[in-house]
Design a protein around this ligand. Sequence first.
Ligand code: AHG
Ligand code: MN
Ligand code: MN
Length: 358
Amino acid sequence: MPYRRTTLSRYIIEEQRRLDRGAELIALVNDIQTACKYVANAVAKGALTGAQGGTGQVNVQGEEVRPLDLIANDIVLGSCEWGGHLAGMASEEMEALHPIPPQHPRGRFLLVFDPLDGSSNLDINMTVGTIFSVLRAPEGVAEPKVEHFLQPGTQQVCAGYALYGPSAMMVLTLGNGVHGFTLDPAIGAYLLTHPNLTIPADTQEFAVNASNQRFWEPPVRRYVEECVAGRSGVRGKDFNMRWIASMVAEVHRILMRGGLFMYPRDTKDPAKPGRLRLLYEANPMAWLVEQAGGAASTGRERLLDVQPIALHQRVPVILGSRNEVERLDRYHAAYDRGEDQPFFSPLFKERSLYFGAA
Ligand code: AHG
Ligand code: MN
Ligand code: MN
């Protein structure tokens, strides 16, 4: 019976009772789910909105802005700024912070978000999503500045994403496991369909934009080379590769059946240590993955421990099934210690610095 299912609204209220979480946080999550329903509706209309193509604008990241990026950004701002739960907001689509308008009360939390992730997929009707992370505003700070948002991922109090795919979903953590809710369009409510998601420690699936391989560091080349070598190589098993170009969709697949996702450090643009943004892409996803038993790393450091130095900072991201992430950490450490031996890579047709066995 659908009405026997737990709605997201009920889940967060029961979590509040059980974990003694403040009502403010719960009310904020409620506003976020409202925003995600509006965005789901806007995205589902697809080409009918006339909002396909580009806006001609470039955002703070130097990327082309789609009309729905801006619509989704406005929806999240408008749905969450009035409630009295937030002291401030920051988004991928805004260079500066979004202060709470003076007519609304101030709250204790900070919201950082990517209103539409994977938006290059919009024109081809592929899965996109909204990513969000909630932090506490430092005690006594009513008008937060950028420095107050620069908290490591370990400080998050809620993180999650909304997925706009064949069905719309919301997946979130309040620090007590990861739970997935499917939007029932008939009643306009998210229903708990995927409680206690867990990521298996091992996998035979990896996701990486392989067109960047010439820019990768040797430990990443080594890892991918070994996966591609499959049963005939040191891994002794075949791997499958996926790339959706939408982090929300990749992380969702990993939460459903395991896998390894990475957008590692590369030398494409020396000013950018990675592609993905720390505060509103990497950190919320890293916490979800850890809460589901997986791991998330830069290759050299636990992602959640990275101390941010800028609002729109980019970071290398390696996350998913624990044993694969740890393997990549070992490969980075060995490379940094200079312990790798010269190796001829038949795949990349060049000498690299891998050593033989794992
Ligand atoms: P956004 O659409 O918010 O800019 O983010 C897109 C990100 C992420 O979703 C994905 O993993 C990656 O960019 C795709 O990168 P490529 O263009 O290299 O495929
Ligand atoms: Mn994004
Ligand atoms: Mn985006």
